[in-house]
Design a protein. Structure first.
Length: 495
């Protein structure tokens, strides 16, 4: 498909974004029934007449989900409705067994909020249109064909376990003025939301499991224009990396269409991680197409003001304040902090430090070894296959001199390969540093005998020449020698 170079697209058009983030709450039961929400259960084992929409079944609102919705709204500086209600959003799709979704339409529980994100040292304000409650749909699996989508599939399977899982949909107002940074601003916003929701303890925000999903709306305005262009909506983007990449691609695609005299179709689109492109989905419905009307089987929700204030007191530290605090505590330079924020690693480093690591060591590992692995596999840092606690354990092994930095990289490889905990990997691979004077002394003697010219330099007072002998010993012992003790032995023998 024809695309315009990104720089050319931004020279002609201003991008406008709208982000809709769907958050599965971590309640024990579903939004309107008592079925379990546990992830990974066998298909269709967590259903009942209510979440399957069988005749005669009636929904009951999950109070914990309402509480979580209010706390999310408050954390995003939203107004909380003193009275709101649910609506039926009518549409037919096989994964929605009732043929309607219970959601909120014109009366959301939280509205008119805002937050801020920082990209490359510049602060961007994101205005929040609404955060409303609804239920999730089921999951379709299209078998056969090359794409995993319904077109070309031999048959489809439906798993209704996810039907009725509590969702909060957070919708931004149009995001203007980000210019060439628009994709990065979108990624920073979703990253901030993920960290905030984890701090609120309302969701496990596992994007790879679908508990945090982003629909990215993109439109282009010609420079100096005052009206928004026609938008497209890229559905269910499920990684931070893909949020940025899909928006960047859609900007270049739309710019090419408009530059060639074409028009943008109001439609949903699918993001393909493997090829880095979006493809058409279906024409985008308007609100009228869904035939919203108040849900007759549920009473309105009217949060008591005193309760709302009690919930406000439970909020975690605001993201901007937290960033300033941890920056001061960690002692990062402005450039170091900027790299951490850009990588989406603030929460990961914070958790690694909480597990016992120094901040600098945590930053080093997440932005080097883990980042390399994440880039190779095309996933976000949080999904690379290692936890903050494991990173802290590896650093603890370095701190107590069980391993050194070079061996630590092999421990990372073992953890990524699923060989067990860091300590188990050290044992299984035999990676522990050798500090026994007998073994080290023999290796030092061999290095001295093999490099008499270097030994003579050390004897004459050129102590810095010991580095060559240390290197020879480390090579002989496959990097597992205690370098500090090796240096001491060399100087003792040649003094």
């Amino acid at each position: 498909m024809t695309v315009l170079p990104y720089e050319d697209a931004l020279a002609t058009f201003d991008p406008v974004l709208g982000l809709e983030v769907h958050v599965e709450l971590n309640t024990a039961s579903k939004m309107f029934c008592g079925c379990s929400t546990e992830f990974g259960a066998p298909p269709n084992t967590q259903t009942c007449p209510t979440c399957l929409g069988l005749p005669g079944s009636l929904p009951v609102v999950n109070a914990r989900a309402v509480e979580s919705a209010i706390r999310i709204g408050l954390a995003l500086n939203c107004s909380i409705a003193s009275w709101c209600r649910f609506a039926r959003k009518n549409y037919f799709y096989p994964d929605m067994p009732k043929n309607y979704q219970i959601s909120q339409y014109d009366e959301p529980i939280a509205f008119n909020g805002w937050t801020e994100v920082e990209v490359d040292g510049e602060t961007y304000r994101i205005d929040i249109e609404r955060a409303h409650m609804e239920e999730d749909t089921g999951k379709s699996l299209h078998v056969g064909g090359a794409t995993g989508r319904i077109h070309g599939a031999e048959y489809s399977l439906l798993d209704y376990n996810r039907c009725g899982v509590p969702l909060i949909e957070i919708v931004t107002k149009p995001i203007e003025g980000a210019g060439e940074k628009a994709p990065e601003v979108a990624r920073a916003y979703v990253t901030m939301l993920r960290d905030l929701l984890r701090a609120l303890d309302v969701s496990d925000v596992r994007m790879e499991q679908g508990s945090l999903r982003c629909d990215a709306n993109v439109s282009l305005m010609p420079k100096q224009a005052t009206e928004f262009g026609t938008r497209t909506e890229t559905k269910n983007v499920n990684s931070l990396r893909s949020v940025e990449r899909s928006i960047r691609y859609e900007i270049t695609r739309q710019a090419a269409v408009l530059t060639e005299g074409g028009t943008i179709t109001l439609e949903t689109r699918h993001w393909h991680e493997d090829t880095g492109v979006t493809t058409p989905g279906r024409s985008k419905e308007s609100a009228e197409d869904y035939r919203y009307f108040p849900e007759p089987d549920l009473v309105p929700v009217a949060p008591d003001e005193a309760w709302v204030e009690e919930l406000r007191a439970t909020l975690p530290e605001p993201p901007a304040a937290r960033l300033k605090r941890v920056s001061a505590e960690w002692g990062f330079t402005e450039l170091e902090l900027r790299d951490v924020v850009a990588a989406g690693a603030v929460d990961l480093i914070d958790r690694t430090v909480a597990a016992g690591s120094s901040a600098q060591a945590a930053r080093k590992w997440w932005l080097s070894e883990v980042a390399r692995r994440a880039n190779e596999t095309g996933v976000d840092l949080a999904d690379a296959g290692i936890t903050p606690e494991q990173v802290a354990e590896i650093q603890a092994l370095v701190d107590d001199k069980t391993i050194n930095d070079k061996l630590a990289r092999q421990v990372f490889d073992g953890v990524f390969a699923g060989e067990g905990t860091p300590a188990e990997v050290v044992t299984a691979r035999g990676l522990a540093v050798v500090s026994d004077d007998g073994a080290l002394g023999a290796a030092v003697d061999a290095a001295i005998n093999a490099n008499p010219d270097v030994a003579d330099k050390i004897k004459s007072g050129k102590v810095q020449a010991a580095g060559a002998l240390i290197g020879a010993v480390m090579k002989e012992m496959r990097g597992q020698a205690d370098a500090g003790r090796v240096r001491e032995l060399i100087l003792e023998k040649l003094s």
